[in-house]
Design a protein around this ligand. Structure first.
Ligand code: AMP
Length: 116
């Protein structure tokens, strides 16, 4: 359970089980669930249980490592060994719409570059 939840944060509500999500993985530090508006055949979000607005707000570097390491594990479990993309949108210019740190795992199709 998050010990610093933000009352209006939709991802804090998912962590608390107050709104439903299709969970893919969880442990004491993180929760992973399917994106409600998938941009690829596989689109999963990995979030820390503890609220942090974005990557600039996380002091705990081991947590950041754990989130990325778990994202890789999940990608393999989802059969994305052929390739996938991890994305961390940050701030307004970065296209972040939910202000609770999250890693997107996108896969199941070939990705283009540059992103829009
Ligand atoms: P970003 O634009 O990087 O902040 O990404 C936020 C993501 O959260 C978007 O891809 C949304 O589709 C996704 N999202 C928003 N609300 C939910 C929800 N209730 N369950 C699952 N995914 C969500």
């Amino acid at each position: 359970m998050s010990d610093n939840r933000e009352p209006n944060c939709i991802f804090c509500k998912i962590v608390a089980g107050e709104i439903p999500a299709k969970l893919v993985a969880e442990d004491e530090h993180l929760v992973a669930f399917r994106d409600i508006n998938a941009q690829a055949p596989t689109h999963i979000l990995v979030i820390p249980r503890k609220h942090a607005k974005n990557i600039l707000e996380v002091a705990d570097t081991s947590l950041v490592g754990h989130l990325f390491s778990k994202a890789g594990e999940i990608a393999v479990k989802e059969q994305l060994q052929n390739g996938f993309r991890l994305v961390v949108n940050t701030g307004d210019d970065g296209g972040q719409t939910v202000h609770h740190l999250h890693i997107h795992i996108l896969g199941g199709r070939a990705m283009s570059w540059p992103p829009g």
